[in-house]
Design a protein around this ligand. Structure first.
Ligand code: 8YV
Length: 327
């Protein structure tokens, strides 16, 4: 292995992160920030020791088959790694790491913002003022639904799910959750959270459902048409995890027909494409995958990437290695 690792970064990262990468490695940065196409990614995989991709890079088995002998680490800039074929990488002796922990609070903040924004119709109110058409206060103007006292069903009670639960508790919501594994009794008691073994039964009883689980083969379309139909017509759905977990077309159909009260989505099934019928709905807040978009968070993500590469370069197991068994 050469003394200075050859590192290819697929997108622009915050300036302090790029500066530190330059100091430490023989780094190729993407100054245009344009997502790399499959050919450019293949070229990077063929020539680098380390690739630093993001959620916008699909690193599948076909691409990994073209990886060069020297590629030893894919240090993902982001927590979710569903865009990387971790199993094929492992088969080829390529380690994969991610950046967990540092985007938990920011993503939970954005989730809470959506839990408030949709039932309280914040976007509609702001749009009314900016249109110049507001004719003044009215007793029945822009009435939404109260959040306090409502049942929040969290789908996926990992770091982010628990951070959402802490916030929602402070807003007086009742916390319910579905997770493969039940939380430790102490953690459950601290959040006053109710565990549901059956997702179907939980969905039927919630006022707001928040999706906070990773996208894996087991969670793809976990909220499919059948399960979405279990929700009460007064229920809201919020997703800051991955679009693929919710059948976007089925959700859109239900919103159009008035079979659901509303949706707050930061992620979409075919990003950056968004179902046009979804975009036309009034009772939605749609955000461009910005849950972790704080200066602090994005710099800390970069620091994690650097620690993973440095630890690996020093001959140790990187702290944030991901394994196919985590899927
Ligand atoms: C990141 C995310 O911004 O980390 C994740 O899994 O979804 C986002 O918050 C993105 O993945 C960066 O690659």
């Amino acid at each position: 292995m050469p003394t200075r690792l050859k590192v290819v970064v697929t997108r622009r990262l915050p300036e302090p992160v790029e500066t530190r990468l330059r100091e430490l490695f023989d780094v190729t940065l993407n100054m245009t920030d344009a997502p790399m196409d499959a050919e450019a990614l293949a070229e990077a995989l063929a020539t680098a020791d380390v690739l630093v991709p993001t959620v916008t890079d699909e690193i599948d088995g076909k691409l990994l088959a073209r990886a060069g002998e020297r590629l030893k680490l894919i240090a993902n800039y982001g927590a979710g790694f569903d865009h990387i074929d971790v199993e094929t990488a492992r088969g080829r002796g390529i380690l994969v790491t991610n950046t967990p922990g540092v985007l938990t609070e920011d993503t939970a903040d954005m989730t809470m913002a959506l839990i408030l924004a949709v039932p309280r119709r914040i976007m509609e109110g702001a749009a009314l003022i900016q249109s110049g058409d507001w004719s003044g206060w009215s007793p029945t103007g822009l009435m939404g639904r109260r959040v306090t006292g409502k049942r929040l069903g969290i789908l996926g009670m990992g770091r982010i799910g628990q951070a959402v639960a802490r916030r929602a508790r402070a807003f007086g919501m009742q916390i319910h959750y579905h997770n493969r594994r039940r939380l430790h009794a102490d953690a459950e008691a601290a959040l006053e959270a109710t565990w549901w073994d059956s997702l179907d039964q939980m969905l039927a009883r919630m006022d707001v459902v928040s999706v906070n689980c990773p996208h894996t083969p087991a969670t793809y379309h976990l909220l499919n048409a059948r399960r979405l139909k279990l929700l009460k017509p007064t229920a809201y759905i919020v997703n800051t995890a991955r679009g693929e977990i919710v059948d976007e077309n089925a959700l859109t159909r239900m919103l159009v027909r008035g079979e659901l009260a509303g949706a707050g989505l930061d992620v979409f099934e075919h990003e950056p494409a968004v179902n046009p019928k979804l975009m036309a709905q009034k009772n939605v807040v749609l955000l461009p995958h910005m849950g972790s978009a704080t200066e602090e968070g994005r710099i800390e993500m970069g620091e994690k990437v650097i620690i993973n590469i440095k630890t690996f370069a020093d001959g140790h197991r990187p702290p944030d290695q991901v394994l196919p068994s985590m899927l």
